[in-house]
Design a protein around this ligand. Structure first.
Ligand code: AGP
Length: 592
């Protein structure tokens, strides 16, 4: 899942490409590169690339003079981050340059054939076969050569092709996302809208099978050889949404936005009509998601079963696609980016099986929102930091509202919970007062190699999410457990000083949770508890306790999660980790 951009217009392409690319680094950042078609008689393609982040690429790149170009930031799938494997990739003669996001699954056989035909393939990547195929099929018409090349490709791709001999860009899409930004006498191409929002908010979303020929004044899109029109959309996003606005990291900025995000999602989804809620005749439900969104699904499962009594199961998108699934007649998919390949593939599988899909997503115009039967948008705004925070909280709010709106909900309980939901923004705001103490506690975690998170009931998924955050941004091995499971094995890992983060919510699990805490303490663990502000007894059983404002136990995951986000953030900060762009990860996982 890389980030690709293209520009064609009257302005110098290099600074624009570098600026757009820097806004796509959440998609991959282990290497980057740029290619520009020179503005002199040669029209040669000049390339600069290396295993560096975009900032370094900008600093080191010689000035590339030209008005048409392409650029790429990489998340390695085939071949480690290196100068040779970085994009753009060229053909033997340097006439065609290609940037690609996706995976060409049959590249090995194509590569063998091209080598037999005399092509000099120099990298380990799947992508490099594409410029060589274009070179093989080129008879003076770039569009035709690209169309021929993609007929032999298998897998997923979004590609932009730059050519020495033709003043245009040709793009093709299958599986990976691509948008075209429209402005008078210049055009922008990108994997995602945040890259180009500073230049235009008028975009076209390409669909699978589309091939586009783009010049500074025209866009011609064809599909199966037929010219087609794609609707122009307006993107409601502003530059501030994708800037740090004085914060050190996007992650802490996005954590601090959560009171507003809760408010906006409540207000916006209050308009949710029953049309968008779970159908009244639904007998069972499936929820499909990945990573943090999967944990939101587990909390959704708990709330739906607790309040509606509808049997609900939650599956990893990556598991659904490779086994026989008995789908109920309604499936909810949860995906922040709306571009997670494992989720999109399962949606396409379900559509083929005639199963209706309801997508909960944060990105208008995303593929999931375009292919689902119905869509609920969370109002978290653009989330740049790779670690999901505000999008998770917004997903919980959307799941609560979806459940409360169900016709079988008792009006009294609906009212009570809806009223309690409206108190959450202020309660979330209060949690930020805990930051100095959370920072102190994080100091202890910085020197630990193993950390355990335990919870019960609706807060077990919160333990899973807390451990995921610590893993992905602080690089500490962390495990989330249903507290009752510790004694069935993991307890063997506990010894003096090992931190156990225990979520002791005021619900029917409380007593059992205190027992689990005591079992851990008895093995010398250093117990950090999250508890209700009215809990007057927990302090004696633990080493550190963070008290969160009282709320209904079904809503408590919202407040507990924010504390764990802050704990992970400060631990990573104290360890000097690259918080917004953790190693080996990317914000939206567009490959299976
Ligand atoms: C979470 O911090 C990670 N970025 C990752 O687990 C993420 O939740 C997962 O890739 C799913 O992404 P999605 O919600 O965009 O589908």
């Amino acid at each position: 899942m890389c980030g690709i951009v293209g520009y064609i217009g009257k302005r110098q392409a290099e600074p624009i490409l570098m600026d757009c690319l820097s806004r796509l680094e959440y998609r991959g950042y282990d290497s980057s590169g740029i290619a520009v078609r020179q503005n002199d008689n040669s029209n040669n393609i000049s390339v600069y690339k290396n295993a560096v982040r975009v900032e370094a690429l900008k600093e080191k790149s010689p000035h590339l003079n030209g008005n048409t170009g392409i650029a790429h930031t990489r998340w390695a799938t085939h071949g480690q981050p290196s100068l040779l494997n970085a994009h753009p990739h060229l053909d033997c003669s340097g006439r065609f340059a290609v940037v690609h996001n996706g995976i060409i699954t049959n590249y090995q056989e194509l590569k063998q054939q091209l080598i037999i035909e005399g092509h000099d393939i120099i990298s380990e990547t799947d992508t490099e076969v594409i410029p060589h195929l274009i070179e093989k099929y080129y008879k003076g018409n770039l569009e035709e050569a690209v169309k021929l090349a993609i007929t032999v490709l298998k897998g997923s791709y979004a590609i932009v092709v730059l050519c020495k001999d033709e003043p245009k860009l040709v793009v093709a899409k299958m599986g990976s996302p691509m948008v075209i930004g429209i402005s008078d006498c210049e055009k922008f191409i990108a994997s995602d809208t945040p890259a180009i929002i500073s230049y235009t908010n008028k975009v076209i979303y390409l669909e699978d099978g589309d091939v586009g020929v783009i010049t500074e004044n025209s866009i011609v899109i064809t599909k199966n050889g037929e010219e087609i029109r794609r609707e122009e959309k307006q993107v409601h996003m502003c530059k501030a949404d994708i800037q740090k606005n004085g914060y050190v990291h996007f992650m802490i900025k996005e954590i601090h936005e959560q009171p507003r995000v809760i408010r906006d999602t409540i207000v916006d989804n209050a308009l949710l009509t029953t049309k968008l809620t779970i159908g009244k005749d639904v007998q069972s439900l499936s929820i499909i998601a990945c990573g943090t969104s999967y944990y939101a699904g587990l909390i959704g499962e708990y709330v739906i079963e607790e309040l509606l009594g509808i049997p609900t199961n939650v599956s990893f998108g990556s598991e659904v696609n490779h086994r026989r699934m008995i789908f109920p007649n309604e499936v909810i998919v949860i995906t922040q980016s709306g571009e997670t390949a494992d989720v999109l593939t399962s949606m396409k599988t379900m559509q083929k099986a005639g199963v209706k899909t309801l997508a909960i997503t944060n990105v208008p115009g995303s593929t999931a929102s375009r292919i689902s039967d119905r869509t609920i948008y969370t109002k978290a705004g653009p989330e740049v930091s790779v670690a999901a925070t505000k999008s998770f909280i917004a997903q919980l709010i959307a799941l609560y509202q979806l459940t409360l709106l169900h016709p079988s909900m008792s009006p009294g309980l609906r009212e009570q919970l809806a009223a309690e939901l409206n108190t959450l923004p202020a309660k979330a705001e209060k949690l930020f007062d805990l930051e100095p103490r959370i920072m102190e506690c994080a100091r202890y975690l910085t020197q630990c190699t193993d950390v355990f998170f335990i919870g019960r009931g609706i807060n077990y998924p919160v333990a899973l999410e807390g451990s995921l955050k610590l893993k992905e941004i602080a690089y500490i091995h962390a495990e989330g457990y249903a507290a009752g499971e510790l004694k069935h094995g993991p307890l063997a890992l506990l010894c003096a000083g090992v931190p156990v983060i225990a979520i002791a919510a005021q619900d029917s699990n409380y007593e059992a949770m205190v027992t689990s805490i005591k079992e851990a303490k008895a093995r010398g663990a250093y117990v950090i508890a999250l508890a209700d502000e009215n809990d007057k007894t927990i302090d004696d059983s633990v080493d550190v306790v963070f008290k969160v404002p009282h709320t209904h136990f079904l809503l408590s995951p919202v407040l507990h999660t924010i504390v764990l986000q802050l704990l992970a953030y400060f631990t990573a900060k104290l360890r000097g980790c690259p918080i917004d762009f953790p190693r080996n990860l990317a914000k939206s996982v567009t490959v299976e």
